[in-house]
Design a protein around this ligand. Structure first.
Ligand SMILES: [Zn+2]
Length: 277
């Protein structure tokens, strides 16, 4: 048995995710799914977290902060941490230039700073993708940590720059930076299995929703048994896990994890501050 940390994360995409992934500028139906997340789903999630008395980390696009300030202020006033998720929720690999990516990141910082009064220390990239410039921009703009890549499962690690991935040459991982990474996983994300999108090529069969949360429970139990000091980073979206009756399944999962010995629920910025000190 080992000491474990749980980092509950909520990617508060709201409407922004529909505007880029699905080009739904003219679809009020798709917009409304994001509005639900902002105005209903987030409230339900906050009620679960309040009942369980656990902290969490919310990655908030500037677009959400500027569109739904009351919903984001509710997250803040409940004591949860707010971190950067870009402004427009554009996939970093799709910017036409480094300058465009930098401008979006800076706009995200300005939006969150004006709402929270604090500068975010962490970044989660939209779609968990980096461009060739992302890591350099994070360093330039003073970010201390990221939660976007998948080089480990439960152990934080430092991101590397100047890597080389020529298909005809051995992979060169590059040199270590001071940007800490809290790895994510598509298997600990509610989007792939629980968000139905008409016609999406990644759409799988409809899951047994309760079993889906039980799979997360089994993953946590494995980590707790096998990885001393492991960090269980779970990614959810208010517009997905906020759908009935999933808040109840989340509450049951939190109760289960909290019932284990030597388990602490923390925000990622507090863990990063400890590791980097
Ligand atoms: Zn997102």
């Amino acid at each position: 048995m080992s000491q474990s940390t749980v980092a509950l994360c909520f990617d508060f995409d709201a409407v922004s995710t529909w505007l880029h992934t699905f080009k739904a500028h003219h679809s009020p139906t798709k917009h409304s799914r994001g509005v639900f997340g902002a105005e209903v789903g987030s409230r339900r999630i906050l009620d679960v977290l309040d009942e369980a008395d656990v902290p969490s980390t919310w990655f908030v696009p500037g677009h959400t902060a500027d569109s739904f300030p009351d919903a984001v202020e509710a997250v803040l006033s409940d004591g949860h941490a707010i971190q950067s998720h870009g402004w427009s929720h554009t996939n970093p690999s799709e910017y036409e230039s480094k300058a465009d990516e930098r401008a979006d990141l800076k706009r995200s910082l300005a939006s969150l700073e004006s709402l929270t009064g604090e500068t975010p220390s962490g970044y989660r990239s939209p779609y968990w993708d980096f461009s060739r410039h992302t890591l350099e921009l994070l360093q330039d703009l003073g970010f201390e940590w990221s939660s976007s890549l998948m080089g480990r499962e439960f152990e934080p690690y430092y991101l590397r720059e100047n890597w080389s991935a020529d298909p005809d040459e051995p992979y060169d991982p590059g040199e270590r930076t001071d940007v800490l990474e809290f790895p994510v996983s598509w298997y600990r994300d509610d989007w792939p299995a629980l968000q139905f999108v008409m016609g999406a090529s990644s759409q799988g069969p409809r899951p047994n929703e309760q079993a889906f949360f039980e799979a997360w429970r089994a993953q946590f139990d494995w980590m707790h048994e096998h990885v001393d000091g492991g960090i269980f980073t779970l990614t959810m979206h208010p517009q997905i896990t906020g759908v009935a009756p999933r808040p109840e399944y989340l509450a049951e999962l939190i109760d289960h994890m909290a019932s284990k010995p030597d388990v602490t629920f923390r925000t990622l910025d507090s863990v990063a501050a400890d590791i980097r000190s």
